[in-house]
Design a protein around this ligand. Structure first.
Ligand SMILES: Cc1cc2nc3c(=O)[nH]c(=O)nc-3n(C[C@H](O)[C@H](O)[C@H](O)COP(=O)(O)O)c2cc1C
Length: 193
């Protein structure tokens, strides 16, 4: 499959990057073709401005957005890797969704209501969190609710039916050994994707 990976982390030495790289190693080992969109290189401008919103309402899409949409058109499957920031996506990824999943490209309305237009066969969302599973659940944030904005709100809404996700908790406080095991598991997930 042609798989587009999207990473939203400002630091290449981050654990998120390690996750991305090991997942991609697994994908390639399984024979998938991989393209990566690092939203920090080149930095995607996440701000949907008033002018752009008005243009969108006239059906005009900005050239920078068209480039991102062309990547989506190339892909048969989508993988997102990012850290949990304020219980949601980093702003650069949220803004990428705001600007790139446009009406007429990613979804449309008809007499039956909203209809997703993205044709991708599957999607995967990998999120790292600083908090432990117990801490997060005490706050009312179980893994399903942490995944929901990207998995349900964006990808399923836009028509990607087979979307799964994983939250890796407490990544900053687990042992080096546990991190290494987690990365091995991520590579296996890439191979099995
Ligand atoms: C701006 C910001 C917001 C954060 N918000 C949360 C949060 O809501 N919940 C949480 O568990 N961790 C939160 N964290 C911690 C990050 O999720 C954690 O540092 C990251 O997943 C570790 O991965 P990395 O080493 O690749 O950055 C936040 C970190 C930053 C910088």
């Amino acid at each position: 499959m042609r798989v587009l990976t999207v990473i939203a982390h400002p630091n290449r030495a981050s654990f998120n990057y390690a996750i991305l790289e090991r997942f991609e190693i697994g994908l390639r080992a399984a024979g998938h073709e991989v393209r990566r969109r690092d939203l920090h290189a080149p930095l995607f401008d996440p701000l949907l401005s008033g002018d752009e919103l008005a243009d969108l309402q006239r059906g005009e899409v900005a050239p920078a957005v068209r480039e991102e949409q062309a990547l989506l058109e190339w892909a048969e499957a989508l993988v997102f890797v990012y850290p949990l920031w304020w219980l949601d996506r980093p702003a650069v990824l949220k803004g990428w969704c705001d600007r790139v999943f446009t009406h007429g490209f990613a979804f449309a309305y008809d007499e039956n209501g909203v209809r997703g237009l993205l044709p991708h066969r599957k999607g995967l969302v990998l999120i790292t969190a600083g908090g432990s599973e117990e801490e997060m659940e005490l706050m009312g944030a179980d893994s399903a609710s942490i995944l929901f904005p990207m998995v349900g709100g964006s990808l399923r809404f836009c028509g990607v039916e087979e979307v799964t996700g994983r939250v890796f908790h407490a990544v900053g406080s687990i042992s080096d050994e546990a991190r290494a095991e987690l990365l091995d598991e991520v590579e296996e997930m890439g191979e099995a994707f």
